[in-house]
Design a protein around this ligand. Structure first.
Ligand code: FAD
Ligand code: SIN
Length: 485
C-alpha cells in the first residue's frame, strides 16, 4: 500500500516537529517516528538554547565563541545564520508557549551567559510545546512506532521512503514530494552515551544507502559530566549549566585538576574537559562538586536533576557526584547547504543528523537546539518558494517494489548493537590511535549483520572509523593519541 503526502518528515524531535509546524502551512505533512513521539534526544536536553538577547551581549561574540570551539573547522556562513537567527528562533518557541527564564545561564566555551532555559529539562519543555502545537494543525499526521527502512530514490530524486511498523514484517511505501531527514544522533553506536536508545545513526545509513557521502563524522563530541553509572542503556547527564553556576570537577583527592589542561578550567570547551577527565580517571574516580553553592539556589534551579539523582541516592547539595565522559553529539552528518538541502533532489536534512557546517570539529554548548529551529525555518522558506513556483510534480512510485529485508529476533539485534557499542567505545572513543582504529574496522566488518537494523549500525560505525582514519592529525573532538598523551 502507498501512503501519499506532500512532506514526509522522518523523526519527531525538535528538528522534525519544528519543520512539520512550518511546513504545515504549505501542504500535508506526515511525521514518521520509530518509537513513541517523545522517544528523542530532544526530550533529554537540559542546558538550553543559545542566543544573543541580552543588551550587554553581541552577535560577533557568539560567532567567535562558536568558531573557536569548532577549532576553526566551522562554515562561517552557517554559524552566522544560526547566531543571527537566534532571537527569531527563541521568539518562535515563546509564541508556542515555551516559558523562558528571565536570566540566561553560562556554559563552557561561551564568553557570556547566553543559554536560555525554561527549566533544567528545557528539551522536554520544548518538545511538549511542539507536540501541542503540531497536534493542533490539521495538515499534520503522525505515524509512531514506524521506521524508515530505505529512502525511495527514483530518476535521481528522493520520492519518499519504504517504512515498517515495528510489529509487522511487511513494508509500506510513502510517496512524498519532499522528504526531510530529522532522525537525530548516533550516540548509541558507542557503549557509553547520554543518548536515548533510538539514536543509532539511522538517518546516516539511509543517506549513504541513497548514494550520499557523509561529512565530518569523525567529530563525535563526548560530554565530560555524565553520571558515572548508567541506567536503561544511557548515562544521565549533569548539565554544563551546573559548572556555569560554579560546580567544580575534582579528583579522588578532592583536587581541581583542569587548570593544568586549560586556564578556563571547568568552563573550557567540552573536548578539552572530556579528555582531561578521561586522563584523570586513569588514576581514580572523578566527581562534580557543588557543595559550596547555596543549597536553596541549587534546589530551585535544578529540581529535575536533583530528582533523578535521588533515585541514585545522591544529592547535589550534599554529595560528590561521580562523573565520566561519554558520547554525546555528532558534529557531522549528512551535508546540507544553508537551506537544509542535501545533494539528492527532494531530500532535506535537519537537526543532529545534518551537517550544516555550524559545529565544525566541536560543537559549542546549546547551539544544537538553536540550529534545529533556524534550519527548519530555512527549509520551509525554501520549500515555500518551490510551492509558489509550482516546481514540484506529483510523485508516482506505484511501480516500485519494496526491498526484501531480513528481520531477525530483537534480542539478536540488541546483542549485535551492544557488540558494535563495545568496539566503538574501546577503539573509537575519546582518545584514538591508528592501531585501535584498524582493530575496530576489522572487528566491525566481521559482525554477521543480516537484519537491516544491524546493517545500518554497522555501516555508520564503519563510516565513522573510515573518517577517523582519513584524519591522522587531532582536531577538536577527534583526538589521535600519539601527539599529546
Ligand atoms: P532527536 O530529538 O533525537 O529526534 C530524532 C527522532 O528521529 C526521534 O523521534 C527518533 O525516534 C527518530 N528516528 C530515528 N531514526 C528513525 C527511523 N529510521 N525512522 C523513523 N524515525 C526515526 N543541545 C542543546 O542545544 N542544548 C542542550 O541543552 C542540550 N542538552 C542535551 C542533553 C542530552 C542528554 C542530549 C542527549 C543532548 C543534548 N543536546 C543539547 C543535543 C540536542 O538535544 C540534540 O542534538 C537535539 O535534540 C537533536 O534533535 P533532533 O530533532 O535532531 O533529534
Ligand atoms: C548540557 O546541558 O550540558 C548539554 C548542553 C548541550 O549539549 O548543548
Amino acid at each position: 500500500m502507498t501512503k501519499q503526502t506532500d512532506y514526509l518528515i522522518i523523526g519527531s524531535g525538535i528538528a522534525g516537529l519544528a519543520t512539520a509546524y512550518f511546513l504545515s502551512e504549505l501542504g500535508s505533512v506526515l511525521v514518521l517516528t520509530k518509537g513513541e513521539v517523545r522517544n528523542t534526544n530532544t526530550y533529554w536536553a537540559q542546558g538550553g538554547i543559545a542566543g544573543v538577547l541580552a543588551k550587554d551581549d553581541n552577535f560577533e561574540s557568539h560567532i567567535e565563541d562558536t568558531l573557536r570551539t569548532g577549532a576553526g573547522h566551522c562554515k562561517e556562513a552557517a554559524v552566522r545564520q544560526i547566531v543571527f537567527g537566534a532571537p527569531k528562533a527563541i521568539k518562535f518557541l515563546k509564541s508556542i508557549d515555551l516559558k523562558i527564564e528571565k536570566e540566561p545561564m553560562l556554559e563552557g566555551g561561551h564568553s557570556k551567559a547566553r543559554v536560555w532555559r525554561s527549566s533544567d529539562f528545557t528539551g522536554r519543555d520544548i518538545l511538549e510545546v511542539l507536540i501541542k502545537a503540531t497536534q493542533k494543525k490539521k495538515n499534520i499526521s503522525f505515524l509512531e512506532k514506524t521506521e524508515a527502512v530505505e529512502l525511495i530514490v527514483d530518476e535521481g530524486e528522493c520520492k519518499g521512503a519504504f517504512i515498517r511498523n515495528e510489529e509487522e514484517e511487511k513494508m509500506e511505501k510513502v510517496a512524498a514530494k519532499n522528504t526531510i531527514l530529522a532522525t537525530g544522533g548516533l550516540g548509541q553506536l558507542f557503549g557509553r552515551t547520554t543518548n536515548t536508545l533510538g539514536s543509532g545513526g539511522d538517518g546516516l545509513a539511509l543517506a549513504v544507502n541513497a548514494g550520499l557521502e557523509l561529512q565530518d563524522i569523525e567529530f563525535i563530541q563526548f560530554h565530560p559530566t555524565a553520571l558515572a553509572v548508567s541506567s536503561n542503556g544511557r548515562h544521565f547527564l549533569l548539565s554544563e549549566v551546573l559548572r556555569g553556576m560554579g560546580a567544580k570537577i575534582v579528583n579522588s583527592r578532592g583536587e581541581r585538576f583542569l587548570k593544568k589542561f586549560d586556564p578556563r578550567a571547568e568552563l573550557a570547551p567540552r573536548d578539552l574537559v572530556s579528555r582531561a577527565v578521561y586522563v584523570e580517571e586513569l588514576t581514580g574516580p572523578v566527581y562534580l562538586d557543588m557543595r559550596h553553592i547555596d543549597p536553596g539556589k541549587v534546589r530551585s534551579k535544578f529540581p529535575n536533576i536533583q530528582k533523578t539523582l535521588k533515585e541514585h541516592d545522591l544529592d547535589l547539595t550534599k554529595d560528590l557526584i561521580p562523573i565520566t565522559p561519554v558520547a554525546h553529539y555528532a558534529c557531522g552528518g549528512v551535508p546540507t547547504d544553508l537551506h537544509g538541502a542535501t545533494q539528492l533532489p527532494g531530500l532535506y536534512a535537519v537537526g543532529e543528523v545534518a551537517c550544516t557546517g555550524v559545529h565544525g570539529a566541536n560543537r559549542l554548548a546549546s547551539n544544537s537546539l538553536l540550529e534545529a529551529i533556524v534550519f527548519s525555518k530555512a527549509i520551509s522558506e525554501t520549500l515555500e518558494k518551490s510551492v509558489l513556483m509550482d516546481a514540484r510534480k506529483n510523485v508516482n512510485i506505484d511501480s516500485l517494489e519494496s526491498p526484501a529485508v531480513v528481520i531477525e529476533d530483537i534480542n539478536q539485534v540488541k546483542a549485535y548493537g551492544k557488540r558494535i557499542g563495545q568496539i566503538m567505545w574501546e577503539n573509537v572513543g575519546i582518545v584514538r590511535t591508528a592501531e585501535g582504529l584498524a582493530k575496530a574496522k576489522k572487528e566491525i566488518i566481521t559482525i554477521p549483520a543480516r537484519d537491516y537494523r544491524v546493517q545500518h549500525r554497522q555501516l555508520v560505525a564503519y563510516k565513522i572509523i573510515e573518517a577517523c582514519q582519513a584524519r591522522p592529525q587531532s582536531l577538536g573532538a577527534h583526538y589521535m593519541a600519539k601527539e599529546i598523551i
